[in-house]
Ligand binder design. Structure first.
Ligand code: IVH
Length: 667
């Protein structure tokens, strides 16, 4: 008997290490938090029964994963602990009872209740009021030093208000709001980049970047909730500590926190927040219950993993059981075929879910999903719900396997799966599904920016057979457009004018619009700067491409393959004949912006930051994410924050938005 337990124990250690690595190091978890918790609890239960099995590297003996190679490590002032979870009211009562057993109070205990944000824990060290070090939790003892990345978050003050202590290590959670997360994913999808599974991964992936300019472009936020080492002791409770943090200029969420007297008030808070959960702009996975008085916290102490004075009271996973009625195959711009489960509609915490992504066929095999299966689905802080597991015990025998398609479900062309890729792709260049996505991408804002040419008109163009490639857009006539449902004279004129206006877009936009795999906004700019024309790029060799700093084998191969295709070359020729002559930055050369580095901060009123940065690079300048001595100009919009202060500190010239426009105009 104990032999099998020991075996299971080993298996659990292995599994938990594996999932820890996926979660902490790769930002690519494969199981839900609830599934992870189940494994972890099973492990802890075995360890309780048979403590002799515990090894020093058991997943229960550590808080996180080792820091990534590539970042320097930094010891924390005090260990950054984790929290013990409670899943039920019973477990919270148990916690309260254990607190009372230790403290033997005469009445109820005061608990400070906070939201449990689902992001990434960080430590910010301020010395003499200045932010000197910022780090991730790492393994709890040593973190990854990500100071530069944290400095790009505008909600993090680089200097504290005047009465700041000699030294304070502030702890908080960096997160991404749901709306920002969706926008970021949309943009990534447009750029042919992998999307993030949920806001937490997006936040973690954005923070753990070796290039802080990337972090700077990500909409990250922070709430601070604690203090490690601190030379000031002018607070005696958790709530006073948060008030202090706020006074020093740090962002805390006092509005959605509360002191609860005893377990019943804790439970009331929990239920209130659970009801509010769907309305919050960010993802939370529970509440955190902390003993309010710091002297009592100190008396309770900590274990190696977590404090005895706090619990994370987790929300139930947003799961429901339903049935896979049908599996539909979606075809994307690159031909990628994605299986999507159409479900018997089911309500999951207030939202009706009727479909779920099945990701790919490896995932289908891993979860053993068949058409007709009963499944458990989960919604996390994500737009697309996913299947957690199938319920094979409910099978009737009529369930059908979900085969990898041999031909494209839309156009019937052969399907191929490239080496090392999990996704099969339609090889048909004229596939209507691909063409639809290609047109959408070509006309989109970051590409050729054809105002008014959205999904509705694209579908009509396809239905009427008016376009077979993006080049056909440029030969459309008013008569063609009059065949649309509900098309007036003015509308048709506007659409044709918008199409015509796109003929002169900058080369970088044009290259992005072509939809070459792995070439997003940024790399399109790099290629535009280096080659200066589409014609030159068509002749670029793999070696010339990989010689460029930011271009690796995968991108080089993709570019070469794109321009080897006779189909693509024919479209390029057609575009050229139609007068689509993208302009290069060089044409506007010799300008005030060429060779200069700009940093934008605060909100601009005339354009988005992305547009402003594009204007700089199109004119031969560089847009950077953070201010250094090498920065030539900082353009400060409304509510400019830390970058503005840094510019002033370093003596970098600061321009207003008006100054910037003048600089653009003066060419
Ligand atoms: S207190 C010793 N408060 O949850 C106390 N943690 O599961 C440790 N978290 O590592 C943390 N919101 O990343 C605390 N209001 C909050 C929190 C919070 C989110 C995260 C934090 C921590 C994890 C533990």
């Amino acid at each position: 008997m104990s032999g099998t337990v020991a075996k299971r124990y080993e298996e659990l250690c292995r599994l938990l290490h594996h999932h820890n690595h996926l979660y902490y190091v790769l930002d690519r978890p494969e199981i839900s938090d609830a599934q992870y918790d189940r494994l972890f609890r099973e492990l802890v239960a075995i360890e309780k029964e048979q403590p002799e099995l515990i090894t020093a590297d058991s997943p229960s003996q550590r808080v996180g994963a080792p820091p990534l190679e590539g970042f320097a490590t930094v010891p924390h002032s005090q260990p950054m602990l984790s929290l013990q979870n409670a899943l039920t009211l019973g477990e919270i009562k148990e916690f309260d009872a254990s607190v009372k057993r230790s403290l033997k109070p005469s009445g109820a205990i005061d608990y400070f209740c906070e939201l449990k944000l689902d992001g990434l824990a960080v430590e910010l060290v301020y010395q003499k009021g200045r932010l000197t070090v910022g780090a991730t939790r790492g393994d709890g003892v040593n973190g990854e030093k990500i100071t530069e990345n944290l400095r790009t978050i505008r909600q993090i003050p680089l200097a504290l208000a005047d009465e700041a202590p000699e030294l304070v290590a502030v702890r908080g959670e960096v997160y991404m709001e749901l709306a920002d997360f969706r926008r970021l994913n949309e943009e990534r999808e447009n750029n042919g980049e992998a999307v993030f599974a949920n806001p937490r991964n997006a936040a973690a992936g954005s923070l753990r970047q070796l290039d802080s300019a990337v972090t700077a472009r990500r909409p990250l936020k922070i709430f601070c909730y604690g203090i490690g080492a601190c030379t000031e002791k002018g607070f005696s409770s958790q709530s006073q500590m948060l008030e202090k943090l706020r006074r020093w200029g740090l962002r805390v969420n006092l509005e959605q926190s509360r002191i609860a007297r005893g377990v019943d008030e804790v439970a009331a808070f929990y239920n209130e927040i659970l009801a509010l959960r769907e309305e919050l702009p960010f993802e939370i996975d529970g509440i955190v219950v902390k003993v309010e008085r710091l002297d009592l916290q100190a008396r309770l102490g900590v274990t190696s993993r977590a404090p005895r004075w706090a619990r994370a009271w987790k929300f139930p996973p947003r799961q429901a059981e339903t049935r896979v009625e049908e599996v539909r195959l979606q075809v994307g711009r690159t031909g990628a075929i994605t299986p999507v489960a159409k479900l018997t509609p089911v309500r999951v915490s207030g939202v009706t879910v009727a479909s779920a992504s099945l990701h790919n066929w490896d995932e289908i095999a891993r979860l053993d999903i068949r058409q007709g299966d009963h499944v458990i689905i989960e919604r996390a802080g994500d737009v697309i719900p996913y299947v957690v597991r199938s319920l094979p015990e409910k099978r009737t025998g009529r369930e059908a396997a979900i085969p990898v398609p041999a031909v494209c479900p839309v156009c019937g062309s052969p399907v191929a799966r490239l080496e090392g890729e999990v996704i099969p792709r339609c090889q048909g260049l004229d596939c209507p599904a691909r063409l639809r996505e290609t047109l959408k991408h070509f006309a989109s804002r970051n590409a050729m920016d054809i105002d008014g040419l959205g999904e509705r008109y694209i579908d009509q163009l396809l239905r009427l057979g008016l376009v077979k490639s993006v080049a056909d857009l440029y030969t459309l006539t008013k008569e063609d457009l009059f065949r649309f449902e509900r098309m007036g004279d003015k509308l048709a004129e506007n659409l044709l004018a918008a199409i015509a206006a796109s003929k002169k877009r900058p080369l970088a936009r044009f290259l992005h619009a072509l939809g070459i795999r792995h070439v997003g906004v940024h790399l399109a700019r790099v290629l535009s700067d280096r080659f200066g024309s589409a014609a030159a790029l068509t002749k670029a060799s793999r070696e010339e491409l990989t010689a460029i700093h930011e271009i690796g084998d995968q991108v080089a191969d993709s570019v070469v393959r794109f321009f080897q295709s006779p189909h693509n070359l024919a479209i390029l020729k057609q575009l050229e004949d139609a007068g689509v002559v993208p302009e290069t930055g060089e044409k506007k050369g010799g300008t005030a912006l060429a060779g200069k580095t700009f940093v934008f901060t605060g909100a601009l009123s005339r354009f988005t930051r992305q547009e402003a940065e594009a204007m700089v690079t199109e004119r031969g300048g560089r847009a950077a994410g953070s201010v250094s001595r090498k920065t030539d100009f900082v353009v400060a919009g409304e509510e400019a924050g830390s970058k503005y202060r840094k510019a002033v500190e370093l003596g970098v010239p600061v321009l207003s938005e008006e100054d910037f426009i003048r600089l653009l105009g003066g060419q």
